[in-house]
Design a protein around this ligand. Structure first.
Ligand code: ZN
Ligand code: ZN
Ligand code: ZN
Length: 386
């Protein structure tokens, strides 16, 4: 049974569609074509199945948006009310015909069409569209949507807060020794973290990285059969999606590093550097500073401890319907942080072949321009001897 969006969820979709149209006008885009990816559920509450049949919302400057959807998947679409029209296509039909007929032949003031297409659309879809519309100009949909999507509205912030709190409860169990580590494989621990995310209210697990001992030095380690031993750092980085009132899920993402026995002085010293870098970066994340400034603050502290070469990735990424989205906290990104931005702050220190550590919170820029961390699980290096 597909549930309809709540009244307030529909109202926020109307607002988003309106903002998207304003920006299309600014960028002289005639229509936006949304297939796979987060833009479609953000605008409509419906997520395309990640299969070969075409799902595509055609949103022109005026008129009803039209969702071209495989007939057999149409029953999955929440009742759209006056948000958009559903146009189902049968297997014997060509869905590109439908997209083109909704689009019409020409752009604004009779010029050639300028179209924005989902960043995550299949290449086959874009190639077919380009074959049929050889004169059209193309941009990626994120050019239009990303700056709007990056500023979360009240309902999105509420979903992110709940997801963060649920991830915190799982982190507290890890740090409290309720999840056995020594003598178990990374894969077993990963499975337990995922199950706890679900029992704490997530609707979906996106990932649960567990990297122990030397594996902790690989930031995106794939948990495997390695048995966790005593006296090791264990990086646990996990997250999923949590939905409020049946709306689209919003993501959590948290990293805590624990140590299975008293840490060596080297590990302890590195961790104190990591902790001060992470806390300083969170405090620096204010309205009006650039995204890259937050990265610089974390990097500077780690570099001045002589460990700069061991911090091998950017400081953070935006988060919302997608785990990774704008704004990215990376050198070179001069974008200004603003109220409603939500992102991770997650510096790490990695000694290849020996140990690794990362500390990650999700942070929102509040209406007062100050950072509001969505995670509060213990930030210090916790010893878990079990
Ligand atoms: Zn990551
Ligand atoms: Zn993470
Ligand atoms: Zn992250």
């Amino acid at each position: 049974m597909v549930t309809a969006l709540s009244q307030s969820a529909r109202a926020s979709r109307h607002t988003r569609i309106c903002r998207v149209r304003n920006r299309m006008e600014e960028l002289e885009v005639d229509a936006i074509l949304l297939s796979h990816g987060a833009d479609l559920p953000w605008l409509t509450g419906y997520r395309a199945m990640p299969l070969e049949r075409l799902t595509m919302l055609v949103l022109r400057a005026t008129g009803d948006p039209v969702l071209v959807v495989p007939a057999l998947e149409a029953p999955r679409v929440p009742p759209p009310g006056d948000l958009f029209t559903v146009l189902p296509w049968a297997d014997a039909e060509d869905p590109i015909d439908h997209v083109c007929s909704v689009l019409g032949g020409s752009g604004r003031r009779g010029g050639v069409l300028r179209l924005a297409v989902s960043d995550r659309a299949w290449a086959t879809t874009l190639i077919e569209l380009q074959g049929r519309l050889p004169d059209a100009g193309w941009v990626s949909a994120s050019t239009v949507t990303s700056p709007i999507r990056a500023i979360k509205d009240a309902s999105e912030l509420e979903a992110l807060r709940r997801a963060g709190a649920a991830a915190d409860r799982v982190a507290a169990k890890l740090q409290g020794g309720e999840i056995g580590l020594i003598g178990r494989t990374e894969l077993e621990v990963s499975g337990e973290l995922g199950a706890l995310l679900i029992s704490e209210g997530h609707s979906q697990v996106n990932f649960a990285i567990v990297g122990s001992g030397p594996n902790a030095a690989s930031p995106h380690h794939e948990p495997g059969g390695r048995v966790i031993g005593p006296g090791e750092t264990v990086v646990c980085d996990f997250g999923g999606a949590l939905s409020v009132d049946g709306d689209v899920g919003y993501c959590s993402d948290i990293t805590r590093t624990v140590v299975t026995g008293a840490p060596s002085s080297e590990v302890d010293e590195c961790y104190q550097v990591l902790l001060s870098a992470q806390q300083a970066a969170v405090a620096a994340a204010r309205s009006g500073v650039t995204a890259e400034h937050v990265d610089h603050v974390a990097r500077e502290i780690i570099a001045s401890a002589g460990l700069g070469a061991l911090f091998v990735h950017r400081t953070g990424h935006g988060i919302g319907i997608e785990e990774h989205e704008d704004p990215y906290l990376v050198s070179g990104n001069g974008e200004l942080l603003r109220p409603g931005h939500a992102f991770s702050v997650e510096p790490g220190i990695y000694r290849t072949g020996r140990f690794g550590m990362r500390l990650e919170d999700i942070v929102v820029i509040g209406g007062d321009g100050l950072p509001e961390p969505l995670n509060s699980a213990e930030h210090g290096l916790v010893v878990v001897e079990g």
